[in-house]
Write a protein that binds this ligand. Structure first.
Ligand SMILES: [Fe+2]
Length: 238
């Protein structure tokens, strides 16, 4: 399927633990293109004490990546994977980090062991300040893995949920794959994305994941998850 969107990718070189060079980014983009991806949001990490590279470095590198993407037929947009903390609203208000593609959506990451109360509180804080949280790779969090009702609770609150393609196709273990399939069947997932970092153990796998979902949910659902929902995000969530 062509025209897919990947809303979670670490393709800006020299900025976080993702791509290490423009050449590596080119190789990642080649794989994405082969999978049918034509739009990518470059969601480099921001995490206090771990990934704090100044934003101007992102801007400089982003421009090189954007031009590279353009030459390959892929539109690349700005974004950030924001590790949730108590200053995030303030930082977003001051535009110290990017939202998703200049919309009000924020890709919010948590620790695998973050407790339910913290996840809910931070999502609520975003919502009440006019931001739309997208919970990054929720399937990795114990709070979500052990309790699908908690995922439903976040969705009811108004959160969008993003799953990694790698988790769904079983590259992070059989049990995680089973869990992912189950939440997709419950229709609690809004976005499927690669979270790619390189061309090896964290390479983009959206094509394989799309084929897999099609088998148990049908083509229409794949379109919704990988084209319609991200398209709406970019166009409508301003
Ligand atoms: Fe990520």
């Amino acid at each position: 399927m062509e025209g897919l969107y990947d809303i979670h990718a670490h393709i800006v070189p020299h900025f976080d633990d993702g791509s290490k060079s423009l050449d590596e980014t080119r190789q990642i983009l080649e794989l994405e293109y082969r999978d049918g991806v034509r739009t990518i949001i470059a969601t480099s990490h921001f995490r206090r004490g771990m990934f704090e590279t100044p934003l101007h470095v992102y801007d400089e590198q982003f421009e090189r990546v954007r031009k590279l993407g353009e030459s390959m037929g892929i539109t690349i947009l700005k974004g950030c994977e924001f590790h949730a903390n108590m200053e995030m609203i303030d930082m977003l208000n001051k535009k110290e980090r990017y939202t998703m593609a200049d919309t009000r959506c924020v890709l919010a990451e948590f620790k695998n062991g973050s407790d339910k109360a913290f996840i809910k509180e931070r999502c609520y804080a975003l919502l009440s300040h006019g931001y739309q949280p997208i919970v990054a790779h929720f399937e990795r969090y114990e709070a979500c893995r052990k309790d699908i009702d908690f995922v439903a609770e976040l969705v009811d609150m108004g959160c969008y949920m993003q799953m990694n393609s790698q988790s769904l196709i079983g590259e992070d273990g059989f049990f995680l794959k089973q869990y992912c399939k189950k939440v997709i069947k419950y229709e609690l997932v809004h976005f499927l994305a690669t979270d790619c970092h390189n061309t090896k153990e964290r390479k983009p796998t959206l094509g394989k994941a799309a084929d897999y979902i099609e088998k148990f949910m049908g083509e229409g659902y794949v379109r919704e998850l990988l084209i319609e929902n991200p398209r709406k995000l970019i166009i409508e969530e301003k």
